[in-house]
Each structure stands twice: as structure tokens, then as C-alpha cells.
Write a protein that binds this ligand. Structure first.
Ligand SMILES: [Zn+2]
Length: 72
């Protein structure tokens, strides 16, 4: 279970980058994910805390080999 590094909340949602399909847009409208836009930057955060709005986790993932194989 992920938790926020600032407020320790576990209400964490994924931030999804790239062009969203219908399913993703639906999830975003229900607050299950956050759409990060089409621009993929190295320092984009991966998660968003719904309690305090803090976004975190991007750089670690980007430096991980798994990210490169992910969906680019
Ligand atoms: Zn938080």
C-alpha cells in the first residue's frame, strides 16, 4: 500500500500520462486516476495524494528499467 510522504494518507491515485482512452477518461472523471497530460517528462510524478494534493514518485520510476519497457 502506497502512502503519501507528506501526510501519510493512503488515498493515493496513479497519474497517467499519454493520450487517455475512454476507460481512462472515465476513471479520471471518477477520481480513480489523474490524467497528467501527453507530455512525458523525466520528473513527472507518478502518484497523487488525494488528501493533500502532493504529487510524488516520478523520478524513481523513470530511472527504473521497467519504465523504459513499460509503454513507450
Ligand atoms: Zn498527502
Amino acid at each position: 500500500m502506497k502512502s503519501c510522504p507528506l501526510c501519510k494518507s493512503n488515498m493515493i491515485i496513479d497519474i497517467v500520462y499519454g493520450y487517455p482512452g475512454d476507460e481512462l477518461q472515465d476513471e479520471a472523471s471518477r477520481g480513480k486516476v489523474k490524467l497528467g497530460g501527453c507530455l512525458i517528462e523525466p520528473d513527472n510524478p507518478e502518484y497523487r495524494c488525494k488528501s493533500c494534493g502532493h504529487e510524488f514518485g516520478g523520478l524513481d520510476k523513470f530511472l527504473n528499467d521497467e519504465f523504459i519497457n513499460d509503454d513507450l
